[in-house]
Write a protein that binds this ligand. Structure first.
Ligand code: DGJ
Length: 731
């Protein structure tokens, strides 16, 4: 059993294959956090907690004369509100009498098999090979009768604990939730911790920042209604000495696609508290008596093997436990060409077929018709919301266009942006009340489009019906689901004034329902997510989308950094990456080698390409297929850090059985007459021999040599040369 409750000691120990997470009830029935780290069996770790009379840190009234029990200094599993703990908190609730107070104490718990399920929110599932148990601990405020149920699902072999909270209004009048976090975790001493996050911007998503924890609240957030280009709902707490290969680190990934907050506070006593959940700015949710509110889930992991160890845990989990689509593992994803950077809005059916024909010779297996095929969409000022074919562009009609593509032996994909509307559209003219717009205040325009209020059931139904009717009208194999602006003007015409704080979360719930309905009824279609590039690249989106477009920036060298940052959490098979015309100084082979660090494809006008380039692309498409399994399902290693200036960048995929590996090296600026550079491999079997081709010769070397001595990289080569080394174990 991965969850052990020790009745005598009142401890709950949650065991994954290599870590233990421990809590204890007691001391006035508060639930204390005791430990998260390498396995410690069921040892009671409460001996580590010391108590002192801490001035200005008060004590709960019922601790009586006892002055050493302060919630401000004790590690909590979930915080109280206004009970003397002044650190960042897990909950802010306004009770029916107008008071802001929550004093949650343990009342019961239960343990059951399988993972928890959340209402209206995605969560991870167990496969046949997983042992998963769930613990629910119920905390209750004796006065308001508000309950918080703490949910923990332990994916034992996967080394993941999925956590969430459920608030239940057990009182007899409505309450208002103003902040509710999915998790809270207290470290008794966090002074040697660093915090890592993935900040960015449009075109430069998921860069890496690491900074030491200092005595203030470090806040990583999105208030944009989408998880955002600017931050990712993911942070790592790493011991200062932790690096790629060694040391302790903790990952926290929130399964949520809207505004979020992740806060880490190093307090006055060097204790470290981390909370993570729905963004609380402009958030306020009313709960009537008996109603419940579920928070999104957080996927927590501990790795003693550095950042690589943590990434491997997440990669395996994301590849197996988030998305049930056959395209994740069972059906090979085709090489695609997307029309966006090839033609933008300037295409018709004839042009599409021209691109498809030329692309077929590049080894491309699917053409994706991007933005511009519907309504009056000749530029980005009109048409959004009108999900019917533009007859002036697709004169032959969609079914016939798809048939022509099928005749070429290719598949057909199509683009949508269903959450948005243009003012110049039939939809807006018919339903201006469906947009988010605060009464009396014209809405913020972004890319000249407005946001639909998809928290409303009838708007959801319109989207479901209109998208489904296109999907069912032709043999469509793939959908790219885009969103090209942030969510502002939070207001719903369907909600009363005192419930407007629910709008941002209802938007996200609406999105999940729409996706459930459309994707759930189209299991044979592969879905890719997109948000002006990678503006909504999060673990919840990966429940629906097999892959997500990484960035509108297709410059290959920028992509190296982007993949590096993304790979801390996301597996190669989730990152859309294309070869485009950007960065003409970089050879096609190198562009393709970099795009193979994601789901490989093209984004250029194939009909204008030279014959020899078409041949190169074909070779690269073949390579993508040859190494598909290794690339998509192997263990990924970051061999260099592109944020540190250097001459080479390199990464590696190693098969799970260590029989094979694929190493990619890209030269950036090899200095004239400079030193010999070596790339040291990782993850090989030290005692086995591996064969590889190196400078036209067959080379057989032990894993030991390759990992400690490295591969010497030829240096008399032009900038931006790439090398792909395929290693196979011999004997
Ligand atoms: C943003 C996406 O990231 C692009 O690939 C493209 O689909 C455009 N939107 C279309 O408007």
């Amino acid at each position: 059993m991965s969850i052990v409750y020790n009745e005598k000691k009142k401890t709950f120990s949650l065991h994954t294959a290599s870590a233990t997470y421990q809590m204890k009830t007691g001391n006035l029935n508060y639930v204390k956090h005791l430990y998260y780290g390498p396995s410690i069996c069921d040892e009671d770790m409460s001996y580590r907690i010391r108590r002192y009379d801490r001035g200005f840190s008060g004590n709960p009234y019922d601790s009586l004369e006892e002055r050493t029990f302060s919630l401000d200094a004790q590690p909590q599993e979930f915080t109280t509100q206004q009970q003397g703990d002044f650190r960042i908190n897990s909950i802010e609730v306004c009770n029916s009498d107008g008071s802001f107070s929550f004093d949650g104490r343990y009342v019961s718990h239960r343990i059951y098999e399988g993972p928890f399920v959340l209402k209206g929110l995605p969560a991870a599932f167990a496969t046949d090979r997983d042992t998963v148990d769930t613990l629910e601990i119920v905390l209750e405020d004796a006065v308001s009768k508000v309950q918080v149920v703490l949910l923990y699902s332990v994916f034992e072999e996967k080394n993941i604990i999925m956590r969430a909270a459920r608030v239940r209004n057990g009182g007899n009048k409505a309450i208002r939730l103003e902040r509710i976090m999915s998790c809270c975790i207290d470290y008794l001493n966090g002074s040697n911790m660093d915090i890592l996050s993935l900040p960015g911007r449009y075109g430069q998503e998921r860069q890496v920042e690491r900074q030491p924890m200092t005595h203030h609240v470090h806040r990583i957030r999105s208030g944009r209604g989408i998880s955002s280009h600017q931050q990712n709902p993911f942070i790592v707490l790493a011991e200062r000495s932790t690096n790629e290969d060694h040391g302790a680190c903790y990952g926290f990934a929130l399964m949520y696609s809207g505004s979020f907050t992740a806060e880490a506070e190093l307090d006055q006593y060097d204790q470290l508290r981390l909370v993570m959940g729905i963004g609380d700015s402009m958030f306020c949710y009313s709960l009537d008596p008996g109603e419940e509110f579920d928070t999104p889930a957080v996927l927590m992991t501990f790795s003693a093997d550095g950042l690589t160890g943590m990434s491997h845990i997440y990669h395996d989990f994301f590849r197996n436990n988030l998305n049930r689509s056959k395209f994740v593992r069972d059906v090979r994803r085709p090489v695609l060409i997307n029309t966006w950077e090839a033609a933008f809005f300037d295409f018709d059916d004839v042009k599409l077929i021209e691109i498809a024909k030329a692309a077929r010779d590049m080894g491309v297996e699917m053409i994706v018709m991007d933005d511009g095929w519907y309504g009056k969409r000749d530029d980005d000022n009109a048409g959004l919301g009108d999900w019917y074919v533009n007859q002036d562009k697709i004169r032959c009609g969609l079914p016939d266009l798809v048939r022509q593509v099928s005749k070429l032996g290719m598949k057909f994909g199509i683009w949508f942006e269903p959450e948005m509307v243009s003012e110049d559209s039939d939809l807006y003219r018919a339903h201006p009340e469906w947009v988010m717009e605060i009464p009396g205040r014209p809405a913020v325009r972004s890319r000249n489009q407005l946001v639909l209020d998809i928290g409303r059931r009838e708007v959801q139904d319109y989207i479901i019906e209109s998208v489904n009717s296109i999907l069912d009208s032709a043999d469509i194999y793939y959908v790219k689901w885009d969103i090209n602006r942030a969510v502002t003007d939070l207001w719903s015409n369907a909600l009363p004034a005192d419930r407007q704080g629910e709008v941002p979360h209802r938007y996200v719930l609406g999105l999940y329902r729409i996706l459930d309905e459309i994707i759930g009824t189209h299991p044979d279609i592969m879905f890719e997510g997109c948000a002006g590039g990678g503006g909504r690249f999060d673990p919840a989106m990966l429940v629906y989308f097999t892959q997500i477009w990484s960035s509108d920036n297709t410059k290959p060298l920028d992509n190296i950094r982007l993949h590096y940052g993304s790979s801390l959490l996301y597996p190669v098979c989730s990152m859309g990456a294309h070869v485009s015309d950007a960065s003409p100084m970089v050879p096609l082979e190198t562009k393709a080698a970099i795009a193979m660090c994601g789901t490989f494809g093209f984004e250029l006008d194939a009909s204008q390409m030279k014959k020899e380039d078409i041949r190169t692309c074909r070779k690269m498409s073949e390579l993508y297929h040859r190494y598909y399994n290794l690339n998509f399902f192997g263990d990924y290693y970051r061999l260099t850090d592109p944020f540190i200036p250097g001459n080479l960048e390199s990464w590696e995929n190693v098969a799970k059985d260590r029989n094979e590996a694929l190493v990619t090296v890209v030269t950036e600026h090899l200095t004239v007459n400079g030193p010999q550079e070596y790339i040291r491999l990782k993850g090989l079997d030290p005692d086995r021999l591996y064969r590889m081709e190196h400078e036209g010769k067959d080379l057989v070397l032990s894993g030991m040599a390759l990992m400690h001595g490295g591969i010497p990289i030829p240096r008399e080569v032009p900038d931006f040369t790439s090398f792909i080394y395929h290693l196979t174990a011999v004997g």
